[in-house]
Design a protein. Structure first.
Length: 147
């Protein structure tokens, strides 16, 4: 499978930003962990991180032209505000799994809203970096159930 992992604003600051919510591992450690897991499973994976909403929309749209078969996305703060990211995921019709490092459902009230969720085949929260691996597994299960 050809996968794209997209991370939104401030995730480049992992290991520095609020370690009680997000842990002490760095963004590079996240990339390395997911890359190793995907390689072990025979999947091609690429990564994209941006603090800018339009760049995230562009990456989702480019995934369509690059024939990406599955997206793992942590929209971060844009989860709760971005109709544009929701519309981009709907437009490309690529199976997408929403991931959050923390248990957003147990945090501030504004974090209870997820615009992107309605366009995703699943959501994983509160599993730390392992949530990304679970998202890869969910995409595999999705494809196995379709073939």
């Amino acid at each position: 499978m050809k996968l794209l992992v997209i991370n939104g604003p401030n995730l480049n600051m992992l290991g520095i930003r609020e370690p009680r919510h997000y842990g002490t591992a760095t963004y590079q450690q996240l990339v390395d962990k997911v890359r190793a897991y995907c390689e072990q499973k025979g999947h091609q994976v690429s990564f994209f991180q941006s603090n800018h909403e339009g760049a995230l929309v562009d990456a989702i749209q480019q995934a369509y032209f690059d024939k990406v078969e599955g997206i793992v996305i942590n929209p971060a703060a844009y989860t709760h505000t971005s109709v544009a990211i929701l519309d981009a995921v709907k437009a490309v019709s690529i199976p997408t799994v929403e991931v959050h490092l923390s248990k957003v459902e147990q945090r501030e009230e504004f974090r209870q809203v997820s615009y992107i969720r309605q366009a995703c085949i699943g959501t994983i929260t509160g599993q730390g970096m392992d949530g990304y691996l679970l998202a890869v597994d969910k995409l595999e299960e999705y494809y196995e159930s379709r073939h």
